[in-house]
Structures are given as structure tokens and as C-alpha cells.
Design a protein around this ligand. Structure first.
Ligand SMILES: [Zn+2]
Length: 478
């Protein structure tokens, strides 16, 4: 069997068959940009990025859409608190997102659409929902009428009666039923607004994702990703809107990542626990954070602690040692020739590497088991470490060079070890500002001022330069 993906809707692993042969459309629910990203956001985006990279490695052409919710109550509240326009808040946090996404080696989406750039399409879709009898107007707002969409609750496996019993109508809402959700929200005095057939207002949270996924990926999409906390109500609402409007299946594979637990508590906006990614990158290298985020299967809940991050740092450090050993052994050697022509021990070594690559693929084919795949990369490193000290053979340099390339290639499929494989740059080749920072850091290290040294290292990492301190001096990679 080829690739299988666990689909939350059908609650089982299914063979992956894309809508369009050779192509995959993925929609990832992006950030509501009222604040800077925290590590819980980044877990979802790293998982989505890993899925995308693997599908690309498997030869698919991937269209990856990740939105920004750039208008909502919290953004407006933040803007009012700071006395600025809501766009100032949104733009600032979008910039922050890209800064940390780049550091964590999360590729840019094919398109990063924003809610406010799709108001016209949102109004059109609400119009369609009206024409199908699924929407109604009340008190200046527009709502989706859940009772008209009987399969509501299927994704989250929730019973409508139970949901109804648990829900309540907030003050100021005019819903027919507590479960009905807002499609268009009438503007209060002083709030930003757009004109619509139902008066001045702004879109509800979920409608944008239905509109944008359809616009960029079509009426039925292959994979819809996001954190498990979005299943209800957000993704349930997306299904109701999209399938209500088109009458077609909205998503073939729902992939939901498990959540991070910080001291046993869910890391989300609502709990008030806020572990900003900027705090974490000041203590741990981005490569280490990404490694940690992929070190468990994406559907498992993860314990988030310094201890776990320190374990990841040690693992990345072991991989760095393998890189160093091979580089030291190879010296100026430039690999030439084909691994196909190898004989004896060299050929046997290469066969073992290829076997590990097969196992890597098998792990990833099994619902993107990144933890299992990482284990296979470390098995390749173990083979390499052993072979370095093996007796000299005619093809030893070639297979070790190719073996290291294999680690870089497979690591790259997961977006890992970016800082290890880069080109080594000499101090005098660095741009002036980078060189000054490296020298400043060297001085701080000499004075045992580790805090300053670490903060400069982080700054350099954000500029794309990675430092490795070795007994013979510091190595700089781009
Ligand atoms: Zn969404």
C-alpha cells in the first residue's frame, strides 16, 4: 500500500487518492493575528509544513494555502487598547509570524490569503447560503441555521442534542438556536466595517476559510489541516457552510495535530497560558525547536517543557557530531563516481543506507510518522559513525559523502538539520554587520558572558547564520 492518511471525519486511516492525479491541495487554518505566535501555533504550522514537504518529496505538485484572520473581535479590542487602527495590529503580527516561520524553516504557503481581501467573495457565499435557505438575518447579524444542516456534528462526533444543551446565546445575539453561528456580524459604533446587503459589518470567523479554500483549491479539497482545538466549532462550521453552498464533499482528508500541554494544561488563547515563540528561540536554536515539534507523531498530544527541548538539543547535537566527523574525514574530497559501481564492504554499506531510506518512507507513508522517520535518519548516522572507523576501502570516501548527503536529503524532507548542512563560510567572507556580531560574540564568550553570547547567536540565527563552537574555533554556516 502507498501513503495512508488518518482522516478525522471517517475516523480511520485511508489510502491517499488525490482529487486531481499528481496534484495535492492543502488548506491550513492560519493565525488570527491579534498577537505574536506562540509555540502551539507553530506546532500546527510545522506539522502542516512536514506533510507538504513529504508530499512534494513523493512527487506531488502541492498547492498549500494558509490564511491570516486579520479582522476579529480580539484584533479590534487590541487596536482600541493601543489606540491604533486594526490593520496596524494585524500587519505587525503577520510580520512576526513570517519572522519565526522562517527561523523554524516553515516554507511560505503558495498563497497566504487574508480575510479582509476576500470580503466580496464572502458576501457572495453568504448570499448563496441565503438562497439555499441556510442563513437568516437577525438583529443586524447573519447566522447559519444549524437545524437545516442535519449532518452538523459529524466531524467532531458530537450529538446535536448534547451540543444544544451545552450551548447558550450570548447577550446581544439574536439567534434562533444557540448552536447557530455567525456568518456576518453587524458593526457596532466605532468598529471597522464593510458594506453588505445586510448593512455595515464584518465576516464571522469561519466563513473566510470556506471561501478561501474554495477560491484557491476548488469545491472539494484533498487535505484540510489544523490543530485539534479547531475541530469544533470552526471546522464543523466550515463543513456546514461549504457543503451547504455546493452540495459536494468539502474535504477528503482532515488532518488534526494533537495539542501541546504546558504543565498539564492545554496551550490555547483561552487558557491564558502564553508561551511566545520569541521566548523559546532566545533559549533554544530554531533547529532544535523544530526537531522537538516533529519528534512525536503529529496526532499525539505533546508535553512541552524545557526538559523535552533539552533532549532534542542533545539529539541534534549527536547529529552535528556525525556531520563533523564525516566532514573531518573527507577533508577536501569532492565525491565523484556512482554508488552503483561500488563493490565489497562499500556496496554492503550502501545497501544498508538504502534500506534505511525505505524504512523512512514506510514510516512517513504511515500517516506521516515523523518520529519513526527521524529514527531511521539516526540509524543512517549510526551506520556512518561505524563506517568512519572501519578499515580503508576504495569507495569509503564516496559512500560516506553520499551517506551524509542522504541524511541531508531525508532531514530536508522534514525540514530538519538546516543549520548543520549549510555551506561553511570563513569570517573574512561574511558581510560586515555579521562579522562584527560574530566577533562581539567571541569576546562575550571569552569573558564568560554566556547570556550575551547566546543572544547574539539567536540574532545571527534569525539572519540565517548558524554557529558551531568547536575546540579549534567557531564554524559559521549560512
Ligand atoms: Zn479555518
Amino acid at each position: 500500500m502507498g501513503l495512508v492518511i488518518y482522516d478525522t471525519f471517517d475516523a480511520e486511516k485511508k489510502e491517499f487518492i488525490p482529487v486531481k492525479q499528481g496534484h495535492v491541495g492543502i488548506y491550513m487554518c492560519g493565525m488570527t493575528v491579534q498577537d505574536r505566535p506562540h509555540v502551539g501555533h507553530m506546532l500546527a504550522f510545522v506539522c502542516g509544513d512536514m506533510i507538504r514537504r513529504y508530499l512534494e518529496y513523493r512527487g506531488y505538485e502541492v498547492t498549500y494555502i494558509q490564511n491570516f484572520t486579520d479582522i476579529d473581535d480580539k484584533i479590534i479590542a487590541r487596536a482600541n487598547a493601543e489606540g491604533v487602527d486594526y490593520q496596524v495590529i494585524a500587519e505587525r503580527n503577520i510580520k512576526e509570524y513570517f519572522k519565526y516561520a522562517d527561523m523554524l524553516n516553515i516554507k511560505r504557503a503558495t498563497v497566504h490569503p487574508k480575510a479582509t481581501e476576500h470580503i466580496k467573495e464572502i458576501i457572495e457565499m453568504i448570499g448563496v447560503l441565503f438562497s439555499k435557505g441556510l442563513a437568516y438575518e437577525a438583529g443586524g447579524d447573519v447566522y447559519f441555521e444549524i437545524s437545516k444542516f442535519p449532518s452538523y456534528g459529524k466531524l467532531s462526533k458530537k450529538n446535536l442534542e448534547d451540543l444544544q444543551a451545552g450551548a447558550r446565546v450570548e447577550v446581544g445575539e439574536h439567534k434562533r438556536s444557540p448552536l447557530d453561528f455567525v456568518l456576518w456580524k453587524g458593526a457596532k459604533e466605532g468598529e471597522p466595517y464593510w458594506e453588505s446587503p445586510w448593512g455595515k459589518g464584518r465576516p464571522g470567523w469561519s466563513i473566510e476559510c470556506s471561501v478561501m479554500s474554495m477560491k484557491y483549491l476548488g469545491e472539494t479539497i484533498d487535505i484540510h489541516a489544523g490543530g485539534e482545538d479547531l475541530i469544533f466549532p470552526h471546522h464543523e462550521n466550515e463543513i456546514a457552510q461549504s457543503e451547504g453552498a455546493t452540495g459536494k464533499k468539502f474535504v477528503n482528508y482532515w488532518t488534526h495535530n494533537g495539542l501541546l500541554n504546558l504543565v498539564g494544561e492545554k496551550m490555547s488563547k483561552s487558557t491564558g497560558h502564553f508561551f511566545a515563540i520569541e521566548d523559546i528561540v532566545s533559549e533554544f536554536e530554531p533547529d532544535v525547536i523544530r526537531f522537538y515539534l516533529l519528534s512525536s507523531h503529529y496526532r499525539s498530544p505533546m508535553e512541552f517543557s524545557r526538559e523535552r527541548l533539552a533532549e532534542s538539543r542533545a539529539a541534534v547535537g549527536r547529529m552535528a557530531n556525525t556531520f563533523r566527523s564525516v566532514e573531518a574525514y573527507l577533508g577536501d574530497y569532492k565525491p565523484k563516481g556512482s554508488v552503483e559501481d561500488l563493490t565489497g564492504k562499500d556496496a554492503e554499506f550502501w545497501k544498508r543506507i538504502c534500506h534505511r531510506e525505505d524504512l523512512f518512507r514506510q514510516a512517513m507513508d504511515d500517516d506521516f510518522n515523523s518520529a519513526g522517520a527521524i529514527a531511521q535518519i539516526f540509524e543512517i548516522a549510526r551506520e556512518i559513525n561505524l563506517y568512519i572507523s572501519a578499515p580503508e576501502t576504495s569507495g569509503k570516501k564516496l559512500v560516506l559523502a553520499r551517506g551524509l548527503e542522504k541524511i541531508k536529503e531525508l532531514g530536508g524532507v522534514l525540514g530538519l538539520f538546516k543549520s548543520l548542512g549549510g555551506e561553511i563560510i570563513r569570517l573574512e567572507e561574511l558581510p560586515q554587520d555579521v562579522r562584527e556580531l560574530v566577533e562581539e560574540r567571541a569576546k562575550a564568550r571569552k569573558a564568560k558572558d554566556w547570556a550575551t553570547a547566546d543572544s547574539i547567536r539567536t540574532q545571527l540565527a534569525s539572519m540565517g547564520y548558524h554557529l558551531e563552537d568547536r575546540p579549534e574555533g567557531t564554524i559559521i554556516r549560512k
